[in-house]
Design a protein. Sequence first.
Lengths: 399, 399, 399
Amino acid sequence: MKTIQEIRQMTDALRKLDTSRMYLNDFFHTWKESDDEIAAVFQVAEVLRAMREDNISCRVFDSGLGISIFRDNSTRTRFSFASACNLLGLTVQDLDEKVSQIAHGETVRETANMVSFMADVIGIRDDMYIGKGHTYMKTVADSVEEGYRDGVLEQRPTLVNLQCDIDHPTQSMADMLHVINFFGGVENLKGKKIAMTWAYSPSYGKPLSVPQGIIGLFTRFGMDVVLAHPEGYEIMSDVEDVAAANAKASGGSFRKTDSMADAFKDADIVYPKSWAPFAVMEERTKLVGEGRFDELKDLEKRCLANNARFKDWTCTEDLMATTRGGKALYMHCLPADISGLSCAEGEVERSVFDRYLVPLYKEASYKPYIIAAMIMLAKFKDPAAKLDELLDAARPRVR
Amino acid sequence: MKTIQEIRQMTDALRKLDTSRMYLNDFFHTWKESDDEIAAVFQVAEVLRAMREDNISCRVFDSGLGISIFRDNSTRTRFSFASACNLLGLTVQDLDEKVSQIAHGETVRETANMVSFMADVIGIRDDMYIGKGHTYMKTVADSVEEGYRDGVLEQRPTLVNLQCDIDHPTQSMADMLHVINFFGGVENLKGKKIAMTWAYSPSYGKPLSVPQGIIGLFTRFGMDVVLAHPEGYEIMSDVEDVAAANAKASGGSFRKTDSMADAFKDADIVYPKSWAPFAVMEERTKLVGEGRFDELKDLEKRCLANNARFKDWTCTEDLMATTRGGKALYMHCLPADISGLSCAEGEVERSVFDRYLVPLYKEASYKPYIIAAMIMLAKFKDPAAKLDELLDAARPRVR
Amino acid sequence: MKTIQEIRQMTDALRKLDTSRMYLNDFFHTWKESDDEIAAVFQVAEVLRAMREDNISCRVFDSGLGISIFRDNSTRTRFSFASACNLLGLTVQDLDEKVSQIAHGETVRETANMVSFMADVIGIRDDMYIGKGHTYMKTVADSVEEGYRDGVLEQRPTLVNLQCDIDHPTQSMADMLHVINFFGGVENLKGKKIAMTWAYSPSYGKPLSVPQGIIGLFTRFGMDVVLAHPEGYEIMSDVEDVAAANAKASGGSFRKTDSMADAFKDADIVYPKSWAPFAVMEERTKLVGEGRFDELKDLEKRCLANNARFKDWTCTEDLMATTRGGKALYMHCLPADISGLSCAEGEVERSVFDRYLVPLYKEASYKPYIIAAMIMLAKFKDPAAKLDELLDAARPRVR
């Protein structure tokens, strides 16, 4: 628990950051945001967390809706979004496309306007098809912007990307806030080595947005970021370019390797996780789009067979022993494929996973605050002043 | 945005209307409501909208539930109801009959009581079967009235008809409020011509409640209301009688025609929309009730074949050119069947629809406020005083 | 409606009860709670009800989540939990395992933590398999306790058992509060006879937690509790032991009989309800666990055939006439299997059921308050002081 004085120091620090461009804007990809903007998200998230721990209400909305659109099953992100909305005073209304009367051929623009008459926020997860998720989100954001301009909507709902085909900013930023706290401050990250590596999983088609999100964000902090995967498991080259440019600007480094051992060697942080190759995801998107489901099954079979060649890409105790002092921070977005627990052979050895349970849960615990921070920064021109107001009022959350 | 003074003038006007009979009552059909009551719904809706635009909280409930029962898929109405409840401070609890333990043979009375212990409002959409929807709603309303009288329920939940087999009052009233604003005041509607016409759609079995709702309400404003449909596409004759009586009382007119061209000629407003003939809906209800599903398929086939004879009943640019100055206001409850967008041939030509996108969205934007107004009028004996209180308090919605 | 003075007397009475052990604790089974704790739940429930009837807000949470997990369809309990949470200011977030991304093999500990970052309460219904429901709830409770201790969760969510394989405390306590009010006070229950009897139903596999909950709780009030069922329809013997010990301590009695007539004779209260034999439930759990679905069907067939031997175990007018003055209070947790209404032959004759509609609905109406009371007692060290604060503030619920 922090004292009010300590929290005030955090809002003072926030006041020095330029967040003007975030106001009434959307959050798509971390690399579209300035360093000040990224720092502000962390700062607001930490203030909100400290306030909640001190039983100070963070409600800035008396009423209002947060619309959620999950185009795939979800637990963690669903509850994180619900928690963030609740913390700020918004009520979640889920657009469940299965029980909705969305007409065949109804435009995204129409649906977006129809659900947004009283929406302050729209959170979308759409990560399954390459070239689709981000495009969909952009269309929704443009539609409600237009609706607001045309006087259809009373407020401009702000969009929060809860995972698209390109980035997973609420995940990567929760991960980074965990890392910042673990290492005792952002100033301690320079020169730290992180291994973002592919790992074997008995399933196929896991999204690329996690590894892409990690290399796109972690390279901004002067860290040595290593992306490791077997040949053929390439991610989007655009995001690799982002990572390379970030690393250069931040005084860190970004490199690729096809050896998990190389990546783990002396690493301070390891993030072993399965994903499908970009080329496969593209092919999959095409087949689904064209309704060629027989070929889809064939693709899956081929991919699983290919995956099986790399069962040794798994996070073992032996590999962990080669990290910095044998004590690298193990990370995962969860749920993980744990050998001997959730599957016969998977991303990580059970004893490793079990040793890191508490840090893994803490890592996840930042996500609601990251989402709430993104909302606050889009809704308030002077977020530091607004947080100070909440601190002054000091209304108890549990009365 | 309106000034507080302008809003005060609206609550002053509201004060002059007799809404005493609405207090603790339900909203079933517009034609069961007096002119004062109809005017009051519009007035309260406009006040709530103005307050929200001025960031003044409309919360009149500290806690409480709004129960929703959707017996058919729904997006617009679901979000409108959720928005209305949220605006006033109620939390929506949906009775999803698919995941509910409603026993075979359980009475409506029992279910209605079981979900209403803390319910302030119940919103129901049940529009699929002739003779069913309204009956169901009436049974629910009677049951909770009885439950309240018997001391089972602490409050009497008020019922809002979110669309039944007979009327769709939240739609027709949102439509009318759009028309009032479009023409600059209710006093400008006298003598305006509206064409409520059938239009071709590749689907079958669309409910009758929209055309019925429109002729049942719009005839009260001195307008010339024309109902057009091909032979055999009759609506309920009871509602036609209501429309005729309304027209007589208001100094307007109501007539029927079997020509779309006739209806569109010099119209100020056009509302082309598909529906199933009343006789077909009756047959369908019977077949479903008796589980005769083979015959149901047969009925559908026959109807679609019959529909196909009237593909020229579509809202074209040519037809639009024949309206008053070629500029009639095009209306639709959405989603529309748009030729060349959502289907090959449908209710409206794409270029017409696209030209009216913004007005169509505005039309829809009134529904949450209409629903909220119906709730307020049922919950507060002196709604003007309550709204003035909210204006005095001037609590910000976004703090 | 009660006066504020009357409500103050209730909080004064509450102050004398020792509820210290309930603070930050869970509610699993009534027999794990002391007499003071049971009395406190009733007292808080009555205060909350009186406050709501007086339009005094019971909100003690400015924001916060109540997580619900229903592993079976549910209406009554779902709405009761939603009502309780809403009354206190919590928002329900349902963990719907069908649309959640819960990985194969994901631990309960992980899921429990992932959904609890901002959870104040977790309500679980898991009543289908012997030896499962309570175990699951205990694992969830232990997991979040651990998560809180480890700094993963900011607050320790309290668990409310919404029905497990062993007890159904929110049902039995709502039932008892109904009985207390019906007989004009807890002091009038000594010597009253209640017949908790099995009854025939055309369905199979109804949970044991209701009869177990009733005998486990009602024996604490000096009542004569008779458990009646045909041979072979035994409940868990552990709970029978609890009932016997309770009866001894309270100066009442507990006995079993295989005659419905014997149980009904001179009874003040009758609770005729179907359940599956404990031995059958055990076998069923085993078969489901081992995926032996063919044998499961066979088991169902055998059970239904066996049930059919006891169709005369039904609550008739003739049997009712043998109760105390012919006027025993008929109780049921609902929905009931009503002969001639929901089934040909069932638990109760229609005329009996109809005569008791209002008391049955009242019985059910206590459940939201019982749940809210359990939450309050787990969240506030000094619940009487907290309720007095709410009475002092006297914020209107409907403003």
